[in-house]
Each structure stands twice: as structure tokens, then as C-alpha cells.
Design a protein around this ligand. Structure first.
Ligand SMILES: NC(=O)c1ccc[n+]([C@@H]2O[C@H](COP(=O)([O-])OP(=O)(O)OC[C@H]3O[C@@H](n4cnc5c(N)ncnc54)[C@H](OP(=O)(O)O)[C@@H]3O)[C@@H](O)[C@H]2O)c1
Length: 314
């Protein structure tokens, strides 16, 4: 087994003793339904075994179709893949949790989920409108439900057996701590923006201490240019080690002990983004030494998704 093989097949044990999360994950935040299908299939064929979905992305149906067809065609068993989806902000009321979960499961054509996340800690006005706003365009939040009440409803899903693990997304350490203390079923994963410009070191240390999988979204800085993909430290290392800047950023994320989500939209990019290999220690240290700090996605502050392609539902 080569080192490269080991890095891309690395997985993180879940703190509930129920399996492992493959470190290199495929994110399905893709606006176009046809591209969702082809990209999901390409990712599966390139070797991705971790798929990140959300009801908010409004494409669980296409992901489900692609996974069902891809698993059958490639002879891959359901147990060999790890599938996550997320409860959206307008479904935080406890009575809305089980129906939202069941609807996601049906769209994804699955009979269990490996991980169910609260998409953001911000409750929006309950209902089927994912983006409820007042006449001035301001988001309508829901002061009538707490994060812990939503979490308790999620715990019932685990007890009923169709959900293996729970977690939170777009969460800060400050909000995670009280929930962690009160939760009967401890969070198994957190999903947050993270890349060399936003290493989230304190949150990562807490997660490592508690055995919580830290799942980095935007490991390529959402593709922003300028951004991590064009950072001179990253491009110089890429040239030195004979890898692309994307492969350097993804390898760094896995090497520091996080899982990651990336969204290649073609077969060639899927192979590129999956085919990562360990960085030499000096290169790893150089990336840790980058001083720029930049958050690209404001969702963690408001619950309103940012950096989403214009005109898309997510
Ligand atoms: N929890 C949350 O609130 C939240 C928020 C955002 C995302 N997510 C999850 O995280 C996933 C990943 O986020 P992301 O898509 O922003 O991550 P990303 O991989 O950091 O960024 C994707 C961008 O990078 C570009 N790209 C991909 N592979 C590349 C390569 N090999 N070389 C150069 N550019 C490359 C893409 O370009 P093209 O468009 O040209 O392909 C796209 O613009 C999402 O799909 C979703 O599942 C979660």
C-alpha cells in the first residue's frame, strides 16, 4: 500500500462506536440537477465514499438517483458509503424534525443515514418556505425553539434506528459547548468552513479532545480567487511536490486530522481531488505558518447561506 493510497482512504472513527467517516468527502452543493447526477456518479467512480447532502440544496432526489445507479453499476454496497444530510433552519421545531428526516431519506432513496446534521444553529420561522423574510427582506427567525429542543428531537431518530450519528454545522465553539454538555447523544461531527485562511484551531482541538469528527467545508476556499488556491505558499509547494494547488490544500486538511468536503464537477476534477498524497513535513509546516485570516462564508453568523451561486436555492 502506498502512502498516497493511505491518505485518500483515511477515515475518522466516530465517537459513538458506530463506524468511521471517510476523510475525503464529496459535497453535493451543486445548483444544476443534471450536473448533480453526473458529478455524484463521477465522484463515486473516482473513489469518493463520503457524500454530503442537505435538504436546502434541493437536489437530494438527484443525488439519490445517482447513488442508487452508481452503487449498482460499480458493485458497491450501501454500507461502503457514508451519507450525511442536514436539517434546514425552517424545520427546527421538534415536531418538524422526524418528517423532515423521513422526506430526506426518501429523496435520497436510503433506509438509513450515517450522519444527520443541524444545518445551522439559527431557527427560521417554521414552514415550507426555506427563506422566510419580512417585507423589508429581513430573515424571519423563530425565537420559539432552542437548539437543545431540536437536538432532542434528533436524538429520537437515532433511537429509532434510521440515523447512526448526529452533528452540527456552521457552529461556533461558544454555541457547541453548552449543547455538548447537555446532549444525551453527544455530537459525532461538526461541519464548518475551514482552510489555511480559517484553520479554526481552537474548535479543532476541542473536537480532537472529545473525539468529534471535524469536517471542513470550503477546503479550497470556495474556489475564490484570490484565495487559498492562488496563495503563493500553496502554489510554490504544488510546483515543488508535483501536485496541483487543490491537491496540496486537500492533503493539508486530511493531514491535520480533519475530514473535508470538496465539490469537483467533472470526472477529471473528481480524480484530481481524490488523488491526494501526504505533504512533506516542511510543506505542512509552511502552510500552518500562513498568516492571512479570512472567512468566506457568513452563514455561521446569520444562518443565511453565503457564497452560493446566484439564482440557486442553497
Ligand atoms: N454547512 C454549510 O453551511 C456548507 C456551506 C458550503 C458548502 N458546504 C458543503 O461543502 C461542500 C464543498 O464546498 P465548496 O464546494 O465550496 O468547496 P471547495 O471545494 O472549497 O470549492 C469549490 C470550488 O472550487 C473549485 N474547484 C474544485 N476542484 C478544483 C480543482 N481541482 N482545482 C481548482 N478549482 C477547483 C470549483 O470550481 P468549479 O465550480 O469550476 O468546479 C468551485 O468553484 C459543498 O458541496 C457542501 O456539501 C457546506
Amino acid at each position: 500500500m502506498t502512502e498516497s493510497f493511505e491518505l485518500r482512504l483515511k477515515s475518522i472513527p466516530l465517537n459513538n462506536g458506530r463506524g468511521r467517516m471517510p476523510a475525503v468527502g464529496f459535497g453535493t452543493l451543486i445548483p444544476d440537477p443534471a450536473v448533480t447526477r453526473t458529478a455524484t456518479r463521477d465522484a463515486l467512480e473516482a473513489g469518493f465514499r463520503h457524500f454530503d447532502c442537505a435538504e436546502r440544496y434541493q437536489n437530494e432526489r438527484e443525488v439519490g438517483e445517482a447513488l442508487q445507479a452508481g452503487l449498482a453499476a460499480c458493485g458497491i454496497a450501501r454500507e461502503e458509503i457514508f451519507v450525511t444530510t442536514k436539517l434546514w433552519n425552517s424545520n427546527h421545531r421538534p415536531e418538524r424534525v422526524a418528517p423532515a428526516f423521513a422526506a430526506s431519506l426518501a429523496r435520497l432513496r436510503l433506509d438509513y443515514l450515517d450522519l444527520y446534521l443541524i444545518h445551522t444553529p439559527f431557527a427560521f420561522q417554521p414552514g415550507d418556505d426555506q427563506d422566510p423574510r419580512d417585507e423589508n427582506g429581513n430573515i424571519l427567525y423563530d425565537p420559539g425553539v432552542t437548539l437543545l429542543e431540536t437536538w432532542k428531537a434528533m436524538e429520537s431518530l437515532v433511537e429509532r434506528g434510521s440515523c447512526r450519528a448526529l452533528g452540527l454545522s456552521d457552529i461556533t465553539l461558544e454555541k457547541l459547548l453548552p449543547l455538548y454538555e447537555s446532549a444525551r447523544i453527544k455530537p459525532a461531527a461538526v461541519q464548518v468552513e475551514s482552510h489555511p485562511y480559517l484553520p479554526e484551531t481552537e474548535l479543532l482541538e476541542f473536537c480532537k479532545e472529545k473525539g468529534i469528527a471535524f469536517l471542513a467545508f470550503a477546503p479550497l476556499g470556495h474556489g475564490a480567487r484570490p484565495g487559498p488556491l492562488e496563495d503563493p505558499v500553496i502554489t510554490a509547494i504544488a510546483a515543488r511536490v508535483g501536485k496541483t494547488p487543490a491537491q496540496v490544500l486537500l492533503a493539508w486538511a486530511v493531514q491535520r486530522g480533519t475530514a473535508l468536503l470538496t465539490t469537483p464537477k467533472s470526472a477529471a476534477r473528481a480524480r484530481e481531488n481524490f488523488n491526494i498524497s501526504p505533504l512533506p513535513q516542511d510543506a505542512f509546516d509552511e502552510i500552518n505558518g500562513i498568516q492571512i485570516r479570512q472567512r468566506l462564508n457568513p452563514v455561521v453568523q446569520t444562518g443565511v447561506p453565503g457564497f452560493i451561486p446566484r439564482g440557486t436555492p442553497a
